[in-house]
Each structure stands twice: as structure tokens, then as C-alpha cells.
Design a protein around this ligand. Structure first.
Ligand code: PMP
Length: 460
């Protein structure tokens, strides 16, 4: 971070001595002092010891409003009484068992009732696993090897989807492919997100080899960038034309509509991947689709694929997921989306008032902020945000009691009040006002008026 940001760092360190001590202790036994790339940031992250509703408390007693919600997984915030009760009850009954459990049936019913394209589903323990198994299902169903994915598309840590998942420059976990098996790259086709013509060209060039096209309908980790409806429709047509499966990764976007983003876009994928909110705060992944495809996972002789996992369909996770999804009805979904729109509009107004060339992106309760552009339609636009500015904003927001992702991503839970959402916008305004001298000095291009920026901007 540049010298203009030193006071922010010093203030953060003054507020968090116990976290610093824990980070030093952690660094001896955990590489870099952490066990999850996206939770670590310089100089060290705050250690959270308690959380209730929308509030976090760190080991130094500082309070934060949580606008990260464990990276979108806590749709009702922390410790919703109905979710806690369901989990508590289930722990007392049976925690884990090598037998099916009725709660698996109930959660699968809840999701299949909501999503037209999903008739049957399987549970696992993470979005990563769900993606991996859905891709295996696509290879098995098509007899093909190649996976087509989006540039900047993030689907977890499975080798094939790590290719081309380079995130924005300011991300703490820029993916560079280190450690990937060498054969993987030849089995992955990276497509230009939102670029219909380029996508067509690439898919036609290798159409016969492509088993699946996988897409986040909103690029999440790369900056909450929605796919255009035209692009999703084109992908649907192309997948059908070349005989590949279309997979929607709705790990983040399921929250946006009762039927997920596919209902909003009116596009039916062949398979859909889930995670995060459907586990009620506990670890989960799931994937599903038409019965004809999913029956590959039925026991032999009907199916030919095995899908095991010691903790698949964990009864306690199922209980948390059921309570969470039952609470998340149509009314709550639209209220939450409206609150997200309020924050996004508020942030864009702040950028206008401060004459910053920046934009808040996303849809409903999923939000992100980009500097240096106002039309973000691919990860290339997202990479325009200077990394040290992004880091300074994040740390200053922490100093003001606002907890967001180090890269700027935010999301809302149903625990957030309108007043708290407005506090988020106010904190951004105050933070950016504080940073204006540094921005003027180091990044004067970010201060061009929004109108001038819009005119001069390249259209991608
Ligand atoms: N897909 C998407 C769209 C995600 O955002 C994530 C996680 N952030 C994953 C897959 C992977 O999920 P998990 O972290 O549970 O493995």
C-alpha cells in the first residue's frame, strides 16, 4: 500500500492488537497465518469471535456490520433463532449416519419445487465438489472430455475450472494455475463472458469435443458482473446445437429468485450447481437436473456413476438448510433484492457526487464496486481497479465498522435493516472522501467526471 494509505493501516493496527498477536501465532502453524486464501489480507485479518444477526465482534471487542456473510452463504445473517433451533434439535437426534435420512428428501423437495429444470439432485459438502461431480456427469453423459468455461468464471478449486479463473487484479487470490495437472489446459476451452460472437467461434471450432459449458449467470468472484440475457440464451442454443450440456453454477445466484437466476433469465440449463445458502451456514454443495441425466447416479444397473462422500447429505446440514430455505420465501427474496438495489443506487450516487469514475455492479443483494470504468461486462473491465486503492478502501471500511470482502464484494442478508444498509453507503462516502487527496495524487484518471468517462469508454 502506498504512503498515502499509512494512516489507515496505523489506525487498523491500533484497533486490533489481539488480532495481530493471533496472526503471529497462526503464522507458525498455518501458512501465511490462515487456512483460506480469501480471508487473509495485509497487514493481517481481524479474528472474529462472535456474530449475531448482522453484527460481528472481533477479539479486540470491535463491532462490524457484516456485509460479506461468509461470502454470500448466510442468507439470514448469523444465528437466526429458527435455524439454530433446527440444527440443535438435529444434533441431539442423529448427527451423522451411514444411512439415508428424511431431511435429505425434504431439502431436495424444497429445491426441486422451486426450480423447474431440477427434477433430481445429489448433495455433497462444497460447491467445489458439486462442480466437479456435475462435470463428471456431463463427461459421462456425452462421452466427451472438454469443459468450456468463462474467462474470470470462478467455480471453486477443481482443476478444470481453475483454468481461466484469473480474478480481478485487486483480488487476494489471483489464480495463476500453479499446481494444476499439466493435461488440464488442453481439456478446457475458455470463453469470452458476454461475447456472443467470440463464444460462437470457439464453440464451433471444438464443438464435437465439448462435454459441458459451465457459467455463473453473474460472475461472482470476478466482480458481480451479470451475463446479458442474450448471452445466456445464445449459450443455451449453442449447447443444444453442439450436443454439450449447459451447466449453471448458482452457488451465489440462487438467492436472487425463488427459482434462481435461471428463472429470472428464463433459460433452462441441463444441470445446476448449488452451495452456500442451501446449507443454512453449514458446509454444503449440491447439483441437479432432469431425472434422465441424474439417474446416472442411481445404483447399478440403472446408473453407472458412483458418488460417495462421508458427509454427503449430513443431517445437521440438511436441518439448517431446510430451516433457512423455508424462511426465504418470495416476499423475503424481493425485499432483499430491493434493499440491494437501494445500496447499489446509493453507491452510484456517491460516485457521481464525488466525481469518481466508478460503478457499483451486481443484481439484487449481490454487489461489487469497480473503479476506472462504468460499464463492466467482463473480467477485463473488472481488472481496472487499482489493487492498493481497493485494499485501502477495505481497511478504512473496517476501521469504520463495515465488513466487506477485501476485493470490494458485498452482499446483504435478511438480518440487515434499511438503516444498516444506509450506513454501508455512508461509510463508503466517508471513506472515499477521506481518500480523495490520495486518489487525485495517484489515480487522477479516476476523478474524471462520470459523463466524460462514459463518453470515452471502450464498449466491450
Ligand atoms: N461456484 C461459485 C459461483 C462460488 O462462488 C464458489 C465459492 N465462492 C464455488 C463454486 C465453490 O464453492 P465452495 O467454496 O463451497 O467449494
Amino acid at each position: 500500500m502506498g504512503s498515502g494509505f499509512d494512516a489507515i493501516v496505523a489506525n487498523y493496527e491500533r484497533r486490533t492488537p489481539c488480532s495481530r498477536e493471533l496472526n503471529q501465532r497462526a503464522s507458525r502453524v498455518l501458512p501465511g497465518g490462515d487456512t483460506r486464501s480469501v480471508t487473509s489480507f495485509a497487514p493481517y485479518p481481524a479474528y472474529i469471535k462472535a456474530a449475531h444477526g448482522a453484527t460481528l465482534i472481533d477479539v479486540d471487542g470491535n463491532e462490524y456490520l457484516d456485509f460479506l456473510n461468509n461470502y454470500t452463504s448466510l442468507i439470514h445473517g448469523h444465528g437466526h433463532p429458527q435455524v439454530i433451533r433446527a440444527i440443535d434439535q438435529q444434533i441431539g437426534q442423529v448427527m451423522a449416519v451411514a444411512a439415508p435420512h428424511e431431511l435429505q428428501v425434504r431439502l431436495a423437495e424444497l429445491i426441486t419445487e422451486r426450480v423447474v429444470s431440477v427434477e433430481q439432485m445429489r448433495f455433497c459438502n462444497s460447491g467445489t465438489e458439486a462442480v466437479m461431480t456435475a462435470l463428471q456427469a456431463a463427461r459421462a453423459a456425452t462421452g466427451r472430455q472438454v469443459i468450456a468455461k468463462m474467462e474470470g468464471g470462478y467455480h471453486g478449486s477443481y482443476d478444470h475450472v481453475r483454468v481461466g479463473s484469473q480474478l480481478r487484479a485487486s483480488a487476494t487470490t489471483a489464480e495463476n494455475g500453479t499446481g494444476l495437472s499439466s493435461g488440464v489446459r488442453s481439456e478446457v476451452l475458455v470463453l469470452p463472458f458476454n461475447g456472443i460472437e467470440g463464444t460462437k467461434r470457439l464453440l464451433h471450432s471444438r464443438g464435437d469435443d465439448v462435454a459441458a459449458i459451465i457459467i455463473e449467470p453473474i460472475l461472482g468472484s470476478s466482480g458481480m458482473i451479470p451475463a446479458s440475457n442474450d448471452y445466456l440464451i445464445a449459450l443455451r442454443e449453442l449447447a443444444t446445437e453442439i450436443g454439450a450440456l449447459l451447466i449453471f453454477d448458482e452457488v451465489m445466484t440462487f438467492r436472487l429468485d425463488r427459482g434462481g437466476y435461471q428463472a429470472l433469465a428464463a433459460v433452462r440449463p441441463d444441470l445446476t450447481v448449488y452451495g452456500k445458502i442451501i446449507g443454512g451456514g453449514l458446509p454444503i454443495g449440491a447439483f441437479g437436473g432432469q431425472a434422465t441425466l441424474m439417474e446416472q447416479f442411481a445404483p447399478a444397473p440403472k446408473g453407472s456413476m458412483t458418488h460417495s462422500g462421508t458427509f454427503n447429505g449430513h443431517p445437521v446440514v440438511m436441518a439448517g438448510g431446510i430451516a433457512t430455505m423455508e424462511l426465504f420465501d418470495t416476499e423475503q427474496i424481493s425485499e432483499l433484492n430491493a434493499l440491494g438495489d437501494r445500496v447499489r443506487d446509493g453507491l452510484n450516487l456517491v460516485f457521481e457526487e464525488l466525481e469518481l469514475n466508478a460503478v457499483a455492479t451486481g443484481h439484487g443483494s449481490l454487489l461489487d464496486v469497480h473503479f476506472g470504468t462504468q460499464t463492466v461486462s467482463s473480467v477485463r473491465d473488472a481488472r481496472l481497479t487499482p489493487a492498493d486503492l481497493s485494499a485501502a478502501i477495505h481497511l478504512e471500511l473496517m476501521n469504520r465498522g463495515i465488513f466487506i470482502a477485501p476485493r470490494g464484494m458485498m452482499n446483504l442478508s435478511t438480518a440487515v435493516t434499511v438503516a444498516q444498509a444506509d450506513r454501508l453507503v455512508d461509510a463508503w462516502r466517508d471513506t472515499l472522501e477521506l481518500l480523495l487527496p490520495v486518489i487525485d495524487h495517484s489515480y487522477p484518471a479516476l476523478r474524471q467526471s462520470r459523463r466524460a468517462a462514459a463518453v470515452g469508454e471502450r464498449v466491450s
